[in-house]
Design a protein. Structure first.
Length: 138
């Protein structure tokens, strides 16, 4: 589809990229955002919209919880923490995908590469400075 955008959206609340509210357009970066929400669901064990979040959605809850309490407070307690390094890398990928600004979101090709790299124990390809958490996410 390239740079073209669609003007009709089909999606569920909590998965829709924030820019849709003012552009009414979706594109590849909108898909990246939605995929990032799925990643955050897997890492946190939470749904994208939950009464526990109040007025927030999952993305805003993750960002504010990390800022106020730390990453360990968003990771699902059912996950095996012997893989904490990999889980944290995947969390960072989810945050990068859900960056408020579409320009800061990676392509899906890059997301796949980052996820494959995250599964390598010695992987150093995740640069913490690239996390959208540091791009004014909150």
């Amino acid at each position: 589809m390239g740079q073209r955008s669609m003007s009709v959206i089909a999606g569920s609340c909590g998965y829709i990229a924030p820019e849709y509210a003012y552009t009414l357009r979706v594109n590849e970066k909108s898909d990246t955002y939605s995929f990032g929400v799925v990643i955050l669901e897997l890492v946190t064990g939470k749904l994208p919209v939950d009464p526990e979040f109040g007025e927030k959605d999952l993305v805003k809850w993750v960002c504010s919880t990390i800022q106020n309490k730390g990453e360990e407070h968003v990771i699902d307690s059912k996950l095996d923490l012997c893989h904490k390094v990999e889980i944290t890398k995947v969390l960072h990928i989810g945050l990068l995908c859900t960056s408020q600004l579409p320009i800061n979101r990676p392509t899906m090709r890059k997301v796949v590469k980052m996820l494959l790299d995250a599964s390598k124990p010695e992987s150093c390809s995740m640069d913490r400075k690239l996390s959208p958490y540091y791009h004014g996410h909150v």
